[in-house]
Design a protein around this ligand. Structure first.
Ligand SMILES: [Zn+2]
Length: 374
C-alpha cells in the first residue's frame, strides 16, 4: 500500500497544550507521525510517497475563506501584537448564551471577527485544545495535500484499491468555519468533497477515531451526497461534549445520512467489532465506490486520553472488515496518543485492509525504546 507522508508536519511542533485551563505536556506531537512512518517502513510492505501541492481551492470548497486567512496570519499577528507566549490559544468564545433572546438576524450581524488576535482565535476556535505555533498553517496545508494525494492515488485509474494518508495535524474536529481539538483543516472532509467533485458519486466517511468528528458531521449535515458514520466515545463523558449523540441524524437532504454510534467506557474488542459491523451496514447502503476512513488509535486500551479497552489485534480485524465492503479506501490518520503503540496499531490496521495476515512484533516489541522510530 502507498503511504503519503511529508516531513512538513514537523513544522507544527507543539510541546504544551492546555487541559481545563492548565498547561500540560502536549499529546498531538511530531513523534506520532514519525512512529507510524517508522513502523510502516520496517514492515517492508508499504511505499512512501510525497504529496503534491493542490492549492487552496479544495480547502475553501469545504472551509470558510475567513478561517483560512486567520490561520495563515495568526502567528505573525500574535507576534505583531507583542503577545509574549510560546503558542496562541484563545480564552474567550462566543458562547450561545451571550446572544440569548436576540433574533437570528441580530446574531448574524453582531457576531463578527474582532481585531485583537486572542479575540480572533475565539471567533474561529472551538476550544483551547488546538495550540497554534509558527509552523501550524504550513503543516495543516501539508496535511490537506497528503489527503488529496491519497485521493489522487485511489482515483488515478491504476487499480489502486487503497491508499493511506499520514495526515498530521489531524482534521475531523475542524468544521466549515472553526478549528479545534488539535485540528485546523478537515482533511477527511476535503478529501470526500474532492471525490464527489471528481466522480459525481456519493461518498461515505467512516470515522473510527475515539472522538466524535463534529467537524465532519457539521460540514455534511445537510448533504445527501456524503454520508457520515462515526463510532466514538459518548459525548456525555468525552470531548467534543456538545455533538456526537445517537439522535443526530442530519437534516434536509442530509436527513438520515448521519449515523453516530456512541460507546461506553471500557469497550472491548468484541463490542467494538459489533459497532463496526453496524457501521459497515450503513456504509454498504451508500451507492458509490469510495469510502474515506478517519482512522484514530486513541481507541487503544493504553491511550492516555481515551477510555476504551481495544487491543492491537482488533485493528487488524477492523481493517479487514472495512476492506470487506469492496470499496476503494482513502484512509487518513486522525488521533491516537499512546506513542509506543501507534506504529504497530497502524501497521495492523493497514495490513488487515490489504488482506495480509496479522503479524505482530514479538511481545513487547513495539519498542519502549522507540526502535522503530527513524
Ligand atoms: Zn481523537
Amino acid at each position: 500500500m502507498q503511504v503519503v507522508y511529508t516531513p512538513i508536519h514537523l513544522a507544527h511542533d507543539i510541546d504544551t497544550e492546555t487541559f481545563m485551563g492548565v498547561g500540560v505536556p502536549a499529546n498531538e506531537v511530531t513523534e506520532r507521525a514519525e512512529r507510524i512512518r517508522g513502523a510502516l517502513l520496517a514492515d517492508g510492505g508499504f511505499t512512501l510517497t510525497a504529496p503534491t501541492e493542490h492549492g487552496e481551492a479544495p480547502v475553501t470548497a469545504v472551509h470558510d475563506p475567513g478561517l483560512v486567512r486567520f490561520l495563515e496570519v495568526a502567528w505573525s499577528e500574535t507576534r505583531a501584537q507583542n503577545i509574549p507566549r510560546a503558542f496562541l490559544s484563545a480564552d474567550t468564545y462566543p458562547n450561545r448564551s451571550m446572544f440569548e433572546g436576540m433574533s437570528a438576524e441580530a446574531v448574524a450581524r453582531l457576531v463578527r471577527e474582532p481585531r485583537q488576535i486572542g479575540g480572533r482565535a475565539g471567533f474561529w476556535g472551538l476550544d483551547s485544545a488546538a495550540p497554534l505555533v509558527a509552523g501550524t498553517y504550513v503543516a495543516a496545508r501539508g496535511a490537506v495535500d497528503v489527503a488529496l494525494t491519497a485521493v489522487d492515488l485511489v482515483l488515478g485509474g491504476a487499480g489502486v484499491g487503497a491508499a493511506y494518508g499520514l495526515c498530521r495535524p489531524p482534521g475531523h474536529h475542524a468544521a466549515r468555519s472553526m478549528y479545534g481539538g488539535y485540528c485546523f483543516f478537515n482533511n477527511a472532509a476535503i478529501a470526500a468533497q474532492a471525490i464527489v467533485d471528481a466522480t459525481g458519486e456519493r461518498v461515505a466517511i467512516l470515522d473510527v477515531d475515539y472522538h466524535h468528528g463534529n467537524g465532519s458531521q457539521q460540514i455534511f449535515w445537510r448533504r445527501g451526497d456524503v454520508r457520515y458514520v462515526s463510532i466514538h466515545a459518548d459525548p456525555d463523558r468525552q470531548y467534543p461534549y456538545f455533538l456526537g449523540r445517537a439522535d443526530e441524524t442530519g437534516e434536509g437532504e442530509g436527513a438520515g445520512e448521519n449515523l453516530n454510534i456512541p460507546l461506553r467506557a471500557g469497550v472491548t474488542d468484541d463490542e467494538y467489532l459489533a459497532a463496526v459491523d453496524r457501521a459497515c451496514d450503513a456504509l454498504a447502503a451508500v451507492p458509490g465506490s469510495v469510502v474515506v476512513v478517519s482512522l484514530g488509535f486513541d481507541t487503544y486500551g493504553l491511550d492516555p486520553i481515551g477510555d476504551f479497552a481495544l487491543t492491537t489485534a482488533v485493528y487488524h480485524e477492523v481493517g479487514r472488515r472495512v476492506a470487506g465492503l469492496g470499496r476503494r479506501l482513502v484512509i487518513l490518520q486522525e488521533g491516537g496518543y499512546h506513542r509506543p503503540s501507534l506504529g504497530e496499531n497502524a501497521r495492523a490496521w493497514l495490513r488487515g485492509a490489504e488482506g495480509r495476515e496479522f503479524d505482530p512484533l514479538p511481545s513487547g516489541g513495539f519498542g519502549a525504546g522507540g526502535s522503530v522510530v527513524a
